[in-house]
Write a protein that binds this ligand. Structure first.
Ligand code: IVH
Length: 705
């Protein structure tokens, strides 16, 4: 273990760690999914995600609104048409240790309220990229990559060139989306790289990158020349069920003409699953293609349907990953990066080393305690070994993202190596950098006066999930930020850019290097197009700590208009009704609430927000949910014991039908579902005049009885 054990983290450390993990995972996702250029190994990535999930499990209240556990992959690359998946393409929860597999089985049985055994399929996890193939009347009509899980890239023409993908199906449901993994075999990968080298073209780091690079070619003729393969393992939209079980559905896909993995077996519980894992692991090196773990899925499809999904992963499946790869290299130096929220993050500059097929040159060092070999309370981590420049360090990667330093080889330490002295001033603005009590992260106190924070906030502001202004990316933001003629220092400045340029007859943007009449006009038009912005996007764009995309959505759906939101947050200090309402929103905790209130009360921040709002037409949000569901939009509270399903299942069902499930009764509650033994919540509901129904009435209401 290199990181401080999750069990020993203080709340403040956990919070800081979750923030760090969210950043690291986001960076890794972009590198991997959008740029096809992973910076860290899969094992490293998985370790990040796993640690994040472990911390969230221990401190559920600290779960970030932009938690990586709720997100799937990267965003759609430019250049391909977009396809909205009719059924979302999900990601899988990861397990590493055998105990986690047993826990998965326990969770499944608990959720279903089963005491007996559940059977599962076990199959290799193919290390490629997922693809969804839509067949209508037996013809392949569309192929889409996963993208962010909701919207993928249209790669239909490319998919048609893959021999394993049938163009026609006989005897399939009228509509059938077949999902699976595009991959490249080891032999084909080696031959492709040889050809690339002979032609003087760039070679690929590993078969997965080669497969991704080959599928995502704008010219399908290039894809056709690449030896891609496809394994089917799942399905999306379908007009009739394929079978009653996962195993039979796979047999059916095979009978329809798809390659399915021959190492797919049925298991009657965790022991059998683990023994199949060991069998697959033993064959890993000789399979001829990359796999990075074993996937277990609940076999009975009716149970899968009952188990349903969390925000981005199914409850009925888990990926049991193989362990991470490690390598030793020299630490050449330590840089300090200042992030959007002022966090000073030390980054190791490494002598380049290959870890799991990817060249690693940077690794995170987390924070000053991590470098010093202790936690914020002084307890030892990594056996108390500190990390010094010039040391030989062991690096590892566990997934798609940022590598980490696992260990230090003291026997190779130079005699004059000095302990690293962590700066107590921001290297960017010179403001004092403070640590809050119990927090392992040191933060620059400069706020918006710190150029690093200001520019990082602007980059966030124009990023994809935020304002996403075409032609105004991180690079242009850096440029305008430092510009003397047309400076952009705060988000509001973006919306005055065109007017300021028009008012300056001498130094027009179009006359600048890197710009022209067309690009300047286009940029101004793109900015203008974003002047009208939905409330949820605006809230995410503000870059307020702890308010990520998911939280922004929750807040926007709750308050619906900017005016209502702004008035509420301005009033909301602990103890007020506005505060109570804010924290009653499912998914909004005190930490996030405080962060919002702080931002709105800080004069400089508030001025920047007001100036921005004055430039915009902020659209109220449409409340999502199944419009035809009788409970869509209702806030429901469950209390007492339920007899037909577990509490977890009831909550999941209600949410899937568009209801909000709250933990306590307030004036905003629409419905209390009370089982036997209901106590204070029923009294609260009576007092507030909230409608109370029993479980059977609830089931009738949602059409289940
Ligand atoms: S099932 C709803 N089975 O792993 C679950 N996924 O980490 C759908 N993958 O996005 C996925 N082999 O790209 C499944 N045998 C397998 C897989 C597999 C590889 C990939 C897939 C998925 C990712 C999740």
């Amino acid at each position: 273990m290199v990181d401080k054990a999750v069990e020993t983290l203080t709340e403040a450390e956990a919070r800081a760690e979750l923030a760090r993990l969210a950043d690291a995972i986001a960076a890794a996702n972009t590198a991997y999914h959008t740029l096809d250029a992973p910076q860290i190994t899969d094992a490293d990535y998985d370790a990040l995600k796993r640690r994040n999930a472990a911390i969230e499990a221990r401190f559920p209240g600290l779960k970030r609104s932009d938690s990586p556990s709720d997100q799937i992959g990267g965003a759609v690359a430019e250049g391909f048409g977009k396809i909205a998946h009719r059924v979302r393409m999900l990601s899988l929860e990861n397990a590493f240790a055998a105990e986690e597999v047993a826990e998965f089985d326990d969770r499944v049985r608990r959720f279903l309220g089963f005491s007996g055994a559940v059977s599962y399929t076990a199959e290799p996890k193919i290390d490629g990229l997922s693809l969804s193939l839509r067949y209508e009347d037996g013809r392949l009509v569309q192929a889409a990559t996963r993208g962010d899980g909701e919207v993928g890239e249209n790669v239909t023409e490319n998919a048609r060139t893959i021999a394993d993908i049938p163009q026609r199906l006989t005897g399939a449901p009228q509509v059938l989306e077949v999902r699976g993994e595009v991959y490249m075999s080891h032999a084909d990968f080696a031959a492709l790289n040889q050809r690339q080298a002979a032609l003087g073209d760039k070679s690929f780091a590993n078969p997965r990158n080669a497969a991704a690079g080959s599928l995502r070619q704008l010219d399908a003729r290039i894809t056709a020349a690449r030896p891609l393969r496809f394994f089917a393992y799942s399905w999306g939209d379908h007009s009739a069920p394929l079978a009653a079980t996962q195993y039979e559905a796979i047999l059916r896909l095979n009978a329809l003409g798809f390659q399915t993995n021959s190492l797919t077996v049925l298991c009657d519980g965790p022991e059998a699953m683990l023994s199949h894992y060991r069998l697959i692991e033993a064959q890993r090196a000789t399979l001829g293609y990359d796999i990075d773990g074993v996937v277990y899925k609940v076999n009975d499809l009716a149970l899968q349907a009952r188990l349903g999904f969390r925000s981005s992963t199914p409850r009925w499946a888990i990926a049991h990953k193989f362990p991470a790869e490690l390598a030793w290299t020299e630490l050449l130096g330590t840089d300090i990066q200042v992030g959007r929220t002022g966090a000073l993050s030390p980054v190791a500059r490494l002598r380049p080393v290959t870890v799991g097929g990817v060249v690693v040159q940077n690794a995170t060092l987390h924070n000053e305690d991590y470098i010093a070999g202790r936690d914020s309370r002084g307890a030892e981590i990594r056996g108390g070994k500190d990390i010094r420049i010039g040391d030989w360090v062991q690096v590892y990667r566990a997934g798609d993202v940022i590598p980490k330093v696992a260990d230090v080889d003291l026997s190779r330490r130079k005699i004059d190596a000095q302990p690293y002295v962590f700066p107590t001033e921001c290297p960017e603005c010179g403001s004092p950098a403070h640590r809050e009590e119990g927090d392992s992260v040191r933060r620059c106190t400069g706020g918006l006066i710190c150029p690093a924070q200001a520019v990082e906030r602007l980059k966030h502001f124009v990023s994809r999930g935020a304002f996403d202004i075409e032609g105004l990316g991180a690079k242009q933001v850096e440029m305008f930020f430092r510009d003397a003629t047309l400076p952009v220092r705060t988000p509001a400045d973006i919306f005055t850019l065109s007017a300021r340029d028009a008012a300056n007859p001498l130094q027009k943007l179009k006359n600048r290097e890197g710009f022209g009449e067309v690009s300047a006009t286009k940029l101004f038009a793109a900015i203008e197009a974003r002047r009208t912005i939905p409330l949820d996007r605006l809230l995410f764009s503000l870059g307020i700590r702890h308010v990520g995309e998911v939280a922004a959505g929750l807040l926007a759906r709750h308050y619906t208009t900017w005016e209502a939101f702004e008035a509420a947050i301005t009033q909301a200090t602990p103890g007020t009704p506005e505060w109570a309402e804010l924290i009653s929103i499912n998914g909004v905790g005190e930490v996030m609430a405080q962060s919002l209130v702080d931002a709105f009360q800080n004069p400089a921040e508030r001025a920047a927000i007001d100036a921005l709002a004055a430039q915009l037409a902020i659209q109220p949000v449409q409340v999502r949910g199944q419009v035809d569901s009788p409970v869509a939009g209702l806030t429901v509270v469950f209390t007492g014991s339920l007899e037909k399903m577990t509490r977890a299942e009831a909550k999941a069902r209600a949410e899937a039908m568009g209801a909000k499930v709250a933990g306590s009764v307030s004036a905003k509650t629409d419905l209390l579902v009370a089982g036997p033994g209901a106590g204070s919540k029923a009294k609260d509901a009576e007092r507030l005049g909230v409608r109370i129904i029993d479980e059977d009435a609830w089931l009738r209401l949602i059409g289940d009885a």
